[in-house]
Unconditional design. Structure first.
Length: 251
């Protein structure tokens, strides 16, 4: 494969970003994973949220082989994923004031739980309000975002703040504003976004840290196994039964 092909350039860019978050966000990842482990050890529940494409890394750690069984997806109708029609409705809902509070009012989240909020820009009303409201209710919040947006864009929340301003811990994905790694003279717009690759890696690194911290404390991490290996379903049934009061995706 030529080193000038768009495919090679994109993969090189993604690898470079992964190396940057490995080298520069290691302490934050360790702190975030420890926060999750602390929550599990104390009997709390774990939740992840992202809107639109930011929902993909959130979904990647829920009901996942090799992941924590107690990680739940916090859902907002019309916002999680791009399956709503029209897809542009999801983008519009992210900018609606009051929606996050209404979601939290009807969610199982409570004081002592932990919530991971993923928002690349961190500027829209929904993730900012969600972080502010959750923390005010005693929920620990981890934000996964690109800090560059706070320096180069304006907030769409009435407070004028960004997601990063309302988190206990922030993981910076290092993604450039616009989320496009490549440009070509023959292509009229930047292309090839890498935010999902990097954010998913940060999420998995955080969950891996949590599992390691729990194990170091003598606590068996509530991990799921693949249902496609012998004994996987029996293992998962046992874990889900043991932690049934902290799992909400089966209800």
């Amino acid at each position: 494969m030529s080193d000038r092909t768009p495919a090679r350039q994109f993969l090189d860019a993604a690898i470079g970003l992964l190396e940057s978050v490995r080298d520069e966000e290691g302490e934050a990842v360790e702190a975030a994973g420890t926060l999750l482990a602390d929550t599990v050890a104390a009997g709390g529940r774990l939740f992840a949220f992202g809107a639109g494409h930011s929902s993909l890394p959130a979904q990647d750690v829920v009901y996942r082989a090799g992941g924590l069984a107690v990680m739940n997806l916090l859902t907002v109708p019309g916002v999680v994923g791009v399956d709503v029609m029209p897809a542009t409705l999801g983008s519009a809902l992210e900018r609606v004031d009051g929606l996050a509070t209404a979601v939290l009012d009807t969610s199982p989240l409570r004081a002592g739980d932990a919530l991971v909020i993923i928002s690349l820009s961190g500027r829209n009303a929904l993730p900012v309000e969600m972080a502010m409201t959750a923390r005010a209710r005693g929920v620990r919040v981890v934000g996964v975002t690109s800090v560059a947006y706070a320096a180069q864009t304006t907030s769409r929340n009435a407070s004028g703040t960004f997601l990063k301003d309302h988190c206990d811990i922030v993981l910076d994905s290092k993604i450039a504003v616009g989320d496009a790694e490549l440009t070509l003279d023959t292509v009229p717009a930047p292309f090839a976004p890498a935010s999902t690759v990097v954010t998913s890696a940060l999420m998995q690194a955080m969950v891996a840290t949590a599992a390691g911290v729990l194990a170091a404390r003598g606590i068996e991490p509530p991990l799921l196994r693949s249902g496609n290996v012998d004994g996987g379903h029996d293992w998962n049934d046992r874990v889900m039964e043991e932690y049934r009061d902290r799992i909400f995706y089966r209800r």
